[in-house]
Write a new protein. Sequence first.
Length: 197
Amino acid sequence: MAALKSESLSAGLHVGLYGGTFDPLHAGHAHVARTALRRLGLDRVWWLPSPGNPFKPHRPAPIAARLAAIEALVPEPRHVASDYEARLGTNRTIELVAALQTAHPRVHFVWIMGADGLAELHQWAHWRDIVARIPICVVARPHEAVKARLSQAARMMARDRVLEIEASALKTRHRGWTYLTEPLHPHASRVLRGSSP
């Protein structure tokens, strides 16, 4: 595996945190990350493959293999593949976010997810604590727009929604969320695995 890009973070940076299993990794993931990076004006996107996902029945590929795949898919210098979550020994987003914010108190973090993640967000452990401590950027995904926008989490966060035309302001906020619409990329992990959509 090629050497991973530096994880060093300096004060004042705006960094997107893109967590997920990324197994299999596909161009739709890159679409979400690149959209958030560009539309929010982020300095970096950290890709954080999870050691395991309680919503997925299969055991993911080894972290090293997934990190290498991310590096190959998004070789641009502002995309950083990190095993930070695995080193932390957790698969809970709240613990990952809290650890990064504690370690880097002067870095502005934004959580990045596809619309499918927003549709399931209310099922995540401590999801209300997550949305209370980090802004969230949601990028539209095929077949998920209506389900995501009508989800329990979206309804409960309605007051904190940042309009898409003002999305770049999200990177300096303590909380809030935005929903970005871009030409939709058709790839999805469940389709590549042959599962039902």
